[in-house]
Design a protein around this ligand. Structure first.
Ligand SMILES: [Zn+2]
Length: 373
């Protein structure tokens, strides 16, 4: 299904003024907060309005037992302290009630799920290596995964990193460790179950709403519990966040940067440049002139050409059905977003979106849309 051009607007103070300008730029859909007035203002301007829901947001009371637990048994928060454990059925029930309240109004074209995942490399390593809460232990047992064994093996796995002298081995001893693979498989099973439950609930109270999700780029998705094949079965719209430069979660450069930092904490003998090369090979990032220092990776990001690989990889992992709309990062760098937009078009995405509205980035947005259309 060919769809249009989307823009993440989040929470705006001046919806009316902004929404008036967007159709002139070519924007056809916006992603924003669950705000009924914003939805009706968007509709007046001919824009489709999707509300965004951060799925595992903790309730204000921070109910007991909803946090993730690290391998030492300590409760931790993630997502800037806002999120709990995906395997907690109460959190999914809270999300379903919140989404029902939003969608029952019938004023939104659909819903975009955000943060439907476990913690990533941009969190502290002990937070990435979760979760061992009673709900996760129960879910693991249901799938024949021994979470208690994994919990005890994590310190040994990290200790083993100290002895490595080869960058490839250092990386593989971590991300291909059989216990870590079991933990990641559990994450995928939990997230797929949550999405299936939410889809079922939404089908009951808002059958005409489209359901989409912002997902990690496909080369990193497995680390946070997002199995494109399984999630694609439940979604109308898949929006991989293909951010080549940036500082936060899902930004390819920031995720890789934090993985290098985590490995270097246990092994200072192997140079950052060598670890980076090993990660690029593993993730099949083969462009020329890839940054080989952490400073350069942070400052300049990864080459914009990566948008093509990640879009094609998304398509190859997804089942037939969902519309593929990569979301790209807007910045002042009009040249970068223009090239990224061109690569998204070349790789036959069904639509394109941008993160996020900022009056200072309108000329970049114009350049990107021109390239796409
Ligand atoms: Zn848990």
């Amino acid at each position: 299904m060919r769809m249009g051009i989307g823009l993440y607007v989040g929470r705006l103070h001046n919806h009316q003024a902004v929404f008036k300008t967007l159709p002139k730029l070519g924007v056809t859909m916006v992603f924003g907060s669950p705000n009924l007035r914003a939805a009706s203002l968007a509709s007046k301007e001919g824009l489709e309005y999707f509300c965004v829901d951060w799925v595992f947001g903790l309730p204000p009371s921070r109910a007991e037992g909803m946090l993730i637990r690290d391998c030492s048994g300590s409760e931790r928060v993630w997502g800037h302290g806002s999120s709990g454990c995906p395997s907690n059925p109460s959190l999914t029930a809270i999300a379903a009630r919140r989404i029902a309240r939003t969608l029952r109004s019938g004023r939104f074209r659909g819903l975009m799920l955000d943060g439907i995942r476990y913690p990533s490399f941009t969190e502290e390593l002990a937070v990435f290596l979760t979760c061992f809460c009673p709900n996760c232990v129960r879910d693991a047992a249901d799938h024949g995964i021994n979470l208690r064994h994994i919990r005890h093996s994590i310190p040994l796995m990290l200790e083993e990193l100290r002895n490595q002298t080869d960058p490839e081995n250092l990386l593989n001893k971590f991300i291909d460790n059989p216990d870590l693979l079991d933990l990641l498989r559990l994450r995928e099973l939990v997230i797929a179950k949550v999405l299936k439950d939410l889809r079922k609930a939404i089908g009951e109270f808002a059958p005409r709403s489209l359901l989409g999700a912002f997902l990690f780029p496909p080369s990193l998705a497995r680390f946070v519990g997002q199995d494109y094949a399984a999630l694609g079965e439940q979604l109308d719209l898949v929006s991989p966040m293909i951010y080549t430069s940036g500082e936060g979660a899902a930004c390819l450069n920031a995720e890789i940067l934090n993985l290098v930092k985590a490995l270097s904490k246990f092994n200072s003998k192997i140079r950052h440049s060598k670890i980076l090369e090993a990660i690029y090979r593993k993730l099949r990032i083969h462009q020329k002139d890839l940054p080989l220092t952490l400073h350069e990776l942070e400052r300049a990001g990864l080459p914009p050409e990566i948008v093509k690989n990640e879009t094609q990889l998304s398509r190859s992992k997804l089942p037939q059905g969902p519309t593929l709309i990569p979301i790209l990062m807007l910045s002042r760098q009009a040249a970068r977003i223009r090239i990224e937009s061109r690569y998204a078009k070349k790789s036959q995405a069904d639509g394109i979106s941008f993160f996020q509205y900022n009056p200072d980035h309108v000329s970049s947005l114009k350049a990107a849309i021109k390239e796409w259309t």
